[in-house]
Structures are given as structure tokens and as C-alpha cells.
Design a protein around this ligand. Structure first.
Ligand code: ADP
Length: 514
């Protein structure tokens, strides 16, 4: 009943060995990845048993994530909150046997539709719900002041932003790499090479300038006559505000004085705590192009628990294309329609067609790429994406506060370059659940329905871990008993999504189990 005032129980880091990759593009060695993940979870199991996560609510003073509410757009239909005072923690009544009571902030999106169609009952009650699909703003304000009953489930982890804020993501990835190096796991440390070189500004401005001067000696080339040559020779960087989303505030540059001018405009001083934080990142100037256009991938991942880590990745997703052809010429560097794949940017293009949009299903993309490069290379790419996601979760596993009430749906944004290397651009805590087209609706509806099946409020999944639930494939399950069936192949992202067939099989298994 009482909120505990205790510090998070940090897990000791233990050696993590991931599968060896000996292929030019980082593909797995001849032994299957499944074995390696099994190996990984076996290794982690001992340590998990030694250091059981504490499932209590923490009353730790968190530093507020910058511009949090702006970052994860607030739903328009958000109702006013009337919560008890911080000291007045509420014990909640147990779930009704007949129906699951849900609360949802995102009333006009696909999630509201899915929740209703599931036969659950909507409630506007502040706290008397079984399941709450909230925005991160609500959680940030109130989560520490309430006590949840055992059965209640909530769609964010308390400090989710360790993975989803651009600067913290990079900080955690860099730290993981360093820890692995320190522990002598040099090969595994080398695998943390899937994020572009990045500096947090203003804190790391000095380091950035040093690197910029070291690697961009050909600054004068930008002064050549208009349109005469590519900027690849001088090196392009991209500036991104950490507290914004949907491409807002992003710009590309090639010269240091472009930043100096920008700094003046933003009254930008290291010692100014109000300053808007940015990251500056090496621009991937050789994106893989289809029809001459750049795209990035949106992939959905659900984390059911951080400690032990249990996560699934969705087979279907989409590629978001630019409308303009890609060029890296000087005169186009300010053209966001060429460089930013965000739908919210592209929909303003004069040639944008709302019926067709700018998206392509992951499955179509994968088929297209296989027709060009063959199955082996493309499976290698999707395997590397799978491993990138797994490594990013391992990097924050001991940072994110485990709470049995919480789960989270993430939207991963991944760019593929022309050597078929995937790059992690960012992870979204509130991926858009609005549908732009009927195809988009079908994808999101199925994916969200499968999230709810995984969270299993109805207790329909027999008490065991499944390698596939609907369109979700198991990424990792550190709670699986030793010797249990390892996750399936690691290149299933983008494969045919047989979710309905799988759900039928699960239903049968559930009936057989009693
Ligand atoms: P936002 O949260 O505003 O969407 P992102 O980091 O996802 O910010 O960047 C927006 C878009 O900019 C991406 O979808 C991608 O098209 C492009 N982009 C971002 N970072 C890079 C990069 N390092 N190299 C190439 N393109 C990038």
C-alpha cells in the first residue's frame, strides 16, 4: 500500500557474449544465431537469480526529461487530471471478473479502436482501471504518486527516456561499448558500431570541434561554384534537438561557422541550463536508395520486462520514403524533402499524394531487395537489424527501472546505407498510432492487437514463453528455463506475417492447457 522510498536496485554488469559475426557484412558465423541467444540468456539467468529485481515503486527524484511533453506529442483528447495528493496513495480494487476496464488517452487513434473491439470497457476513472494506454506526460507527472495493484498494467517504464531520448540513447550505447571493452569483450564491444558518431551539445561541443577539424580538412571545397560537386568530400553533419520529434528543428551543415552563427541565435552557452539540448551526428551520406529516393525503416518492438529482459519484435513494419530524389549537392543541403524521411515533412511536398502516401511495407521492401541482392545478403541485413535492436535493449537493461506493471511499445527508426549496413537513428516511446491509409490501419491494428495478446490481461496465454505471438517474434527471454526452445531465426523481420494462423494455434494451445 505504501510507496517505498528506496533506491533502484541496480544489477551488476556481467559478461555478455553475443554471437560471433565473421561475414563481411556482419552476418552470423555458421552456427545459428538462435543458439547464441540461448547462450546469452543462459549466461544471464544465473545473475538474474542472484539479483532478483525489486518490483516496488521507487520514489527517487528524477531529473525531468527535457521538453518531454513536446517530444512525445500530447494527445488532443487528454482529460483533466484529478489525482489524490502525493501522500494519499490508493489501493485499487481487484479486476472485475467479467470485463477489463481500460483507460486510453489516444482516443482518435487505432489503439482506442483495438481496445474497444477487444470487448474491454472504457473508463475515465483516474486510477480505477486495469489497463492504461497513457502518454508519457501523465506518467511523468503522476506515476510516482500512485500505488498500482498487482494486476494493473501500464504502457511505459518509469524512465523510458533512457532509450528514447536521442542524447541518452547514445550515452547508454557508448557506455555499454566502454564497459564491454573494460571487461575485455573487445569483439562484442566492436559490434556497438551501429550508431553514427554523435556528440551531445552543448556539453560535448569542444570534443565535436576537435573531431570536426580532424576529419574535415577540405573545408574550402564548399566554396566551389554552386552545384559543382558533392559534399561527401567535406563531410556532412546533422543537428537534432533532443526534445523534439517529427523532423522539427533538424538541419544539416558542413562548415563550423554555420554552427557558430546558429549558436549566437540560440543564446547558446554551456552554463545556461535553459538551453535547448541538441545532438550533432555524422550524416549518413550514402543511404541505400530505391528509385533514387532515401528511406528509413520503422520497426516495432515490445518489451514486457527489462529484468529479466523479455522482448518481441514485429514482423511487419514499413519504410518511409522521401518524395524528392536524393542528392548530396551543396544547394540541396537545406532541402528537408531530400534528407528527412519523416512523414510529417514529406506530406508538405507539392507532389505528395495522400492516397498512396510515402510508405512501403517492410515485406515489399525485403522482396525488392532480395530480387536485387539475393536472399543471403538481405537476410544478413535483417539479422543485423535484429541484433542491433537486441544490443540497444541490453545497453539500457540495467538503467531502466524494472516494474512488473509496465510494458512498452517502441518504434525503432533505422537507416540502411548502400553497403547494406543498418544504422540506428532513434527509438520512439510513443510511435504514431494514427493510420494514414487503409494499409497502415491494417498493420497498426494487427500489431496493437498482438501487443494486447502479449500483455495477456485476459490470462489466455498458457503460462509459458512463446517464440511467436501473432506477428511478434521473440527477440530475447532471459526468464526462459535453461534448455527451453531458443527464439526462431533472427531474420524474420519483413517476412510474411502469418499472425492469424499463429493466433489460432495459440488459442488451441490455451484450450488444451485448460
Ligand atoms: P525525429 O525524432 O525528429 O524524427 P530522427 O533522428 O528520426 O528525428 O531524424 C529524422 C530523419 O532525419 C530521419 O528519419 C532520417 O531520414 C534523417 N536522419 C536523421 N539522422 C540522420 C543521420 N545521421 N544520417 C542520415 N539521415 C538522418
Amino acid at each position: 500500500m505504501a510507496t517505498l522510498s528506496t533506491k533502484p536496485n541496480r544489477q551488476p554488469t556481467s559478461p555478455i557474449r553475443l554471437p560471433a559475426i565473421d561475414h563481411q557484412r556482419g552476418q552470423e558465423a555458421s552456427h545459428s544465431h538462435s543458439h547464441s541467444v540461448e547462450h546469452l540468456w543462459k549466461q544471464n539467468l544465473d545473475r538474474i537469480h542472484d539479483a532478483r529485481p525489486s518490483f516496488c515503486r521507487y520514489s527517487v527524484a528524477f531529473s525531468p526529461p527535457l521538453a518531454l511533453v513536446d517530444r512525445e506529442s500530447t494527445p488532443s483528447t487528454r482529460s483533466p487530471l484529478r489525482l489524490p495528493s502525493a501522500n494519499n496513495n490508493m489501493a485499487l480494487r481487484p479486476p472485475s471478473k467479467n470485463t477489463i476496464r481500460f483507460r486510453c488517452f489516444w482516443k482518435t487513434t487505432v489503439i482506442a479502436e483495438v481496445l474497444k473491439n477487444r470487448g474491454w470497457t472504457e473508463t475515465e476513472s483516474e486510477l480505477d482501471w486495469d489497463f492504461f494506454w497513457s502518454d508519457v506526460g501523465w506518467m511523468y507527472e503522476f506515476f510516482d504518486h500512485i500505488h498500482l495493484a498487482d494486476h494493473q498494467r501500464f504502457n511505459h517504464f518509469r524512465n523510458y527516456y533512457e532509450l528514447t531520448r536521442k542524447d541518452l540513447l547514445i550515452k547508454n550505447l557508448k557506455r555499454m561499448k566502454k564497459n564491454l571493452e573494460r571487461e575485455g569483450q573487445v569483439v562484442e564491444a566492436g559490434k556497438y558500431n551501429f550508431f553514427p558518431q554523435t556528440y551531445a551539445l552543448p556539453a560535448e561541443y569542444g570534443l565535436f570541434v576537435e573531431e570536426f577539424k580532424r576529419t574535415s580538412p577540405n573545408q574550402n571545397l564548399t566554396k566551389l561554384p554552386k552545384g559543382s560537386r558533392s559534399l561527401q568530400e567535406v563531410g556532412v553533419w546533422i543537428m537534432k534537438p533532443v526534445g523534439k520529434a517529427r523532423g522539427r528543428g533538424i538541419f544539416l551543415f558542413t562548415r563550423l561557422n554555420q554552427i557558430s552563427e546558429w549558436k549566437k541565435d540560440h543564446r547558446w552557452k554551456v552554463e545556461n541550463p535553459q538551453v535547448e539540448n541538441y545532438i550533432v551526428q555524422r550524416y549518413i551520406d550514402n543511404p541505400y536508395l530505391i528509385g533514387g529516393k532515401k528511406f528509413d525503416l520503422r520497426i516495432y518492438v515490445v518489451v514486457l520486462s527489462y529484468n529479466p529482459l523479455k522482448a518481441y519484435v514485429y514482423r511487419s513494419g514499413f519504410a518511409r520514403f522521401t518524395i524528392a530524389h536524393f542528392t548530396i549537392k551543396k544547394e540541396d543541403i537545406v532541402n528537408n524533402l531530400v534528407h528527412l524521411t519523416n512523414f510529417s515533412i514529406q506530406k508538405h511536398a507539392p507532389t505528395f499524394k495522400s492516397k498512396t502516401g510515402t510508405k512501403w511495407s517492410l515485406h515489399s521492401l525485403k522482396m525488392h531487395m532480395i530480387s536485387k541482392h539475393g536472399e543471403q545478403d538481405v537476410n544478413g541485413l535483417f539479422h543485423n537489424i535484429h541484433m542491433l535492436i537486441l544490443r540497444s535493449l541490453l545497453a539500457v537493461q540495467n538503467v531502466i527501472i524494472q516494474d512488473k506493471h509496465c510494458f512498452e511499445l517502441y518504434g525503432y527508426d533505422i537507416l540502411v546505407d548502400d553497403s547494406l549496413k543498418p544504422w540506428l537513428l532513434e527509438v520512439n516511446a510513443s510511435p504514431s498510432l494514427a493510420a494514414d491509409t487503409p494499409v497502415d490501419h491494417e498493420l497498426k491494428y494487427g500489431m496493437l492487437d498482438d501487443v494486447l495478446t502479449l500483455v495477456d490481461m485476459e490470462h489466455k496465454l498458457p503460462n509459458q514463453s512463446f517464440n511467436q505471438v501473432g506477428g511478434f517474434d521473440l527477440l530475447i527471454d532471459q526468464s526462459a528455463p535453461p534448455g527451453s526452445k531458443p527464439p526462431q531465426a533472427s531474420h524474420l523481420i519483413g517476412c510474411y506475417n502469418d499472425r492469424l494462423k499463429n493466433l489460432k494455434q495459440l488459442k488451441k494451445a490455451s484450450q488444451n492447457a485448460g
